[in-house]
Design a protein around this ligand. Structure first.
Ligand SMILES: Nc1ncnc2c1ncn2[C@@H]1O[C@H](COP(=O)(O)OP(=O)(O)O)[C@@H](O)[C@H]1O
Ligand SMILES: NC(=O)OP(=O)(O)O
Length: 312
């Protein structure tokens, strides 16, 4: 029997932003993931990493200087570290939940590299927020180190880095092999480690890819039936943040593209989720893309919650 495939993209709410939050969130998230596996879905999991990669970068590059022999680490290496420790928690959380239910399957984290275009315009305009919120004073100190910061109204300042589009997934054949073996794969975490070709080698890029764009590409490459983006809102809304705000339960691809043109979706949060969904759906038939919260994940698959887009 050919099994249906789902890509679950975990945002901050389903994952937490630091280790204690992550331990707690992953325990709950793993239950939902196991629910899908229990009813026969083949699952690929991908996840956010912006708070984590910023934290790791600070730890490696500032505290690392305090001791002889400790060296700094570029953003690409910090991305790899974030995939490793988040994947480690997810693997154990999922496996524990499956074991409780008597399901004999394994979860494997694939350290995933993502090819990016060295001429991507995004390298010239850092826009992707990473790490903690900072005071104006800390932000000034960050700029003096040569980094870019951006004010987030009402929240403080945040470091921003380049976020090129993912072009291809270097480890895609391994990811497909794990899925073909009917096991659970955790891949393209934090958008994947951005790399560029240099002769026979791959060189890490100083950037962080949007995890939603990576999730969309992963869903396309493994020919998933469903791309489900789990975030901190139950629905995508129109007129977000205004008194006229209203939830969208279903939208066609044409409607989604029209709303993008109208600027209905914030560029560093909802827009990449919608664009990734639209791209996934235009590239295959009988596919669904769902944007919702962890709590509504199951109901949304039954058409009872969330925002649904589909291709026919
Ligand atoms: N039109 C919209 N509908 C719903 N949420 C939106 C919209 N535009 C922007 N957002 C914001 O997108 C956020 C979810 O994206 P993000 O913060 O990137 O979360 P995640 O970590 O789950 O990827 C919501 O909390 C909301 O603030
Ligand atoms: N890499 C990435 O998109 O992370 P966030 O979802 O945490 O912004």
């Amino acid at each position: 029997m050919v099994k249906k495939r789902i890509v679950l993209a975990l945002g901050h709410h389903a994952l937490g932003t630091n280790l204690p939050e992550q331990k707690k969130a992953v325990a709950e998230t793993s239950k939902v993931i196991a629910d899908f596996i229990e009813v026969g879905w083949q699952v690929a999991v991908t996840h956010s990493n912006a708070p984590q990669v910023g934290m790791i970068h600070t730890a490696m590059n500032e505290f690392g200087k305090l001791h002889d022999g400790y060296t700094s680490a570029p953003m690409s290496v910090c991305s790899a570290m974030s995939q490793g420790y988040i994947g480690y928690d997810l693997q154990n959380g999922i496996q524990a939940e499956l074991a409780k239910r008597g399901i004999c399957k394994s979860a494997a984290t694939i350290l995933t590299q993502m090819m990016v275009n060295p001429y991507d315009e995004a390298f010239y305009t850092p826009m992707k927020p990473v790490g903690r919120f900072m005071s104006a004073e800390d932000a000034k100190a960050e700029e003096e180190k040569g980094n870019y910061v951006e004010e987030v109204p009402g929240m403080g300042f945040r470091r921003v880095v380049a976020s090129p589009k993912p072009v291809s997934i270097v480890e895609i054949d391994i990811i497909k092999a794990v899925m073909d073996a009917d096991q659970i794969v955790i891949a393209c975490g934090g958008g994947g480690i951005p790399v560029m070709e240099q002769g026979y080698r791959l060189k890490g890029a100083s950037a962080v890819i949007e995890k939603d764009r990576a999730a969309g590409l992963l869903a396309k490459e493994i020919d998933a039936d469903v791309l489900m983006i789990l975030t901190n809102v139950d629905n995508v809304t129109l007129n977000f943040g205004t008194p006229e705000e209203r939830p969208i339960s279903q939208m066609s691809l044409e409607e989604a593209e029209g709303y993008i043109q109208e600027g209905q979706f914030e560029s560093s949060s909802m827009l990449p989720k919608i664009e990734a969904s639209v791209d996934f759906l235009w590239n295959g038939s009988n596919r669904k893309a769902i944007i919702t919260s962890l709590d509504k994940a199951k109901a949304s698959l039954e058409g009872k919650a969330g925002t649904l887009m589909q291709s026919f």
